[in-house]
Design a protein around this ligand. Structure first.
Ligand code: NQM
Length: 364
């Protein structure tokens, strides 16, 4: 069947607790501005409801993965993550996404970029946004991706096949400001980056408990002002420059755990409050909890104390996310991540051709 110039092959997938449109890079324009314009029209942005596109009217369901064979000998595929802003005509490549990452390995097998194993397949992924790497391993009995299984993740109903993701240590500093604590806008924070630049803030420092539901927190306009000011000031301190149009750094409010985990979190991404927590966001929180003297001191019940080994359970609004995380250093030099791993699930929802809204009639 011949296709029109703007009819694009697309796989719609749930990756962890997010949902996104997955594309082969060769099916999108090579020019980033042209590509982003097309993606806005595919996802239905800008529009609060994204009614005319694939997007789900929330940052967690307005995501895109662009995947191609990798020329890097350390990787099988390159994964570029793009956040399509719901209500503004913006597409950002300034953050990575560890939830959408969960679908990248299965997508690579579905599209023939990686030869599947008979039982399981491991796909080595270069995450283009950050230059970091990940390896995803998932079941492929008989050479086909099997999405069914008994792994359960908070925030997704039912069970599915486990996608085990391992992150080798990043070359970037874990504490991007060089400090264990910084005072920003009068508040003591810890800025950490274990895959996602994140500002850790004790919830009570911003006059909330940290146990509120995300909607109530989003409606707190005084809180929104404080978070915006802290974020804008944290960006340059973390080496990210002007972050006024970026979706990083994220801001995570911390409170003492209530359900057997290491800490309770409410994460702003960066305006909407996450209904759970991002994977790399959780990896950054887990690392931050282990840094001696961080603002998490006194709020966390850490591993070892509850026999979890290096598994750190991060509580969030809809349950918990377990991260395997351990650090090196700390006493002799700056701390760095030794190992980070997580179990996610993913599911192929729809494979087909997406028809973008026409450039003539789109509101951009
Ligand atoms: O931190 C949301 C998500 C994410 C990102 C966000 C993510 C991560 O839950 O790795 O997964 O922080 O914008 O999909």
């Amino acid at each position: 069947m011949s296709r029109g110039p703007e009819e694009v092959p697309c796989l719609l997938m749930r990756g962890g607790t997010s949902k996104g449109a997955y594309f082969l890079a060769e099916d999108l324009p090579a020019d980033p501005a042209e590509r982003d314009g097309l993606l806005l029209r595919i996802m239905g942005s800008p529009d609060d409801r994204q009614i005319d596109g694939l997007g789900g009217a929330h940052p967690l369901t307005s995501k895109v993965a662009v995947i191609s064979p990798s020329s890097d000998p350390k990787a099988d595929v390159d994964y570029l993550f793009l956040q399509v802003v719901v209500d503004r005509p913006e597409v950002s490549d300034r953050q990575n996404c560890g939830n959408i990452l969960a679908g990248v390995g299965p997508f690579a097998v579905e599209r023939g970029l990686v030869e599947p194993g008979d039982e399981r397949t491991s796909v080595r992924i270069r995450m283009v946004n950050t230059g970091d790497y990940a390896t995803a391993t998932f079941p492929t009995p008989g050479g086909r991706v099997d999405y069914t299984g008994d792994a359960e993740i908070s925030g997704v109903p039912g069970t599915a096949a486990a996608v085990v993701i391992e992150f080798p240590p990043s070359a970037k500093p874990l504490l991007p400001t060089g400090n264990v604590r910084d005072v920003i806008d009068g508040v003591e924070v810890t800025c950490v980056d274990n895959g996602m630049p994140t500002v850790l803030i004790p919830a009570t420092a911003l006059n909330v408990t940290g146990y509120e539901n995300p909607r109530d927190l989003e409606e707190d306009l005084a809180l929104a002002d404080r978070l915006r000011d802290i974020r804008l000031a944290a960006g340059p301190l973390m080496g990210l420059g002007d972050v006024s149009a970026a979706t990083v750094p994220k801001l995570t409010l911390l409170a003492a755990p209530r359900d057997g985990g290491a800490v309770t979190t409410r994460t702003f991404i960066p305006v909407r409050c996450h209904t759970s927590i991002g994977v790399l966001g959780a990896a950054s929180v887990a690392a931050g909890l282990q840094v001696e003297g961080s603002v998490a001191d006194g709020l966390t019940r850490l591993i070892g104390e509850n026999g979890q080994g290096d598994r750190i359970r991060i509580e969030h609004p809809t349950g918990f996310l377990d991260i395997e995380s351990s650090l090196d250093g700390g006493t002799s030099g700056p701390p760095s991540a030794r190992r980070t791993a997580v179990v996610r699930t993913a599911r192929k929802i729809f494979d087909g051709i997406v028809f973008p809204r026409s450039a003539e009639t789109a509101p951009i």
